[in-house]
Design a protein around this ligand. Structure first.
Ligand SMILES: [Zn+2]
Length: 216
């Protein structure tokens, strides 16, 4: 039976690497996939992983009917054996419904990869729809770690290393940014709740207020 599978996790948990691995495994068996993505860090029409692998992909625009697009490809004689949708959290809920239709009406497997929750720990609309519709949800357990060493389960948005909790749901940025740019850091829930990033935790540790200073 064809399936809609949602591989979910935090940023930095290896989703795109797994997407590329699935693509490699299937194409090496002679199957042809359609790869969809949106706002990948490598730029439009690319699916890239943090480990440096990259492949061409179809950039999904706001108004694209994904089901109609696959049907178009097939009716023009193109071959599509399965569909991979990376950065699926950025797809509209209606586009997730269209992916489910690709499974049900076209009989193709669809593998969707996405971040579950945003920097406020709220579900992305696309991820919410995937949780609602998927035949299977796989939570990726590649160990992304909080600075404290605990398993990172939450995404924090940072500006200059400090966690921010207000702002638009989607702001393109990446982990490993330090200056005043918008960046992201994965944290355990405890430190996400306390808004303690690695930078602020380091600053707090050096603060004289918390050092045992003997009074003169
Ligand atoms: Zn932590």
């Amino acid at each position: 039976m064809p399936e809609l599978v949602f591989f979910s996790g935090t940023m930095d948990c290896g989703k795109s690497t797994l997407a590329l691995q699935i693509e490699h495994n299937r194409s090496s068996r002679g199957l042809k996939g359609m790869i969809l993505t949106r706002d990948d860090r490598a730029g439009e029409g690319k699916l890239s992983s943090r480990l440096g692998l990259v492949t061409d992909a179809v950039e999904v625009a706001d108004e694209l009917d994904v089901y109609a697009y696959v049907v178009d490809q097939l009716s023009q004689g193109g071959r599509v054996d399965y569909v991979i949708a990376d950065e699926a959290q950025f797809l509209a809920p209606a586009q997730i419904d269209q992916l489910a239709r690709v499974v049900d009406d076209l009989g193709l497997d669809v593998y969707a990869f996405g971040i579950t929750t945003d920097f406020r720990s709220k579900l992305f609309p696309g991820s919410q729809r995937l949780v609602e519709l998927a035949d299977r949800v796989e939570v990726l357990q590649v160990e992304a770690l909080c600075w404290c060493g605990a398993r990172a389960t939450h995404n924090a948005r940072t500006v200059g290393g400090r966690m921010v909790v207000e702002g638009a749901q989607v702001v393109v940025g990446d982990v490993d940014r330090s200056d005043d740019e918008v960046g992201y850091e994965v944290l355990c829930r405890r430190h996400h709740r306390k808004q303690l990033t690695s930078a602020t935790a380091h600053a707090a540790a050096l603060s004289p207020e918390v050092l045992p200073v003997a009074s003169a």
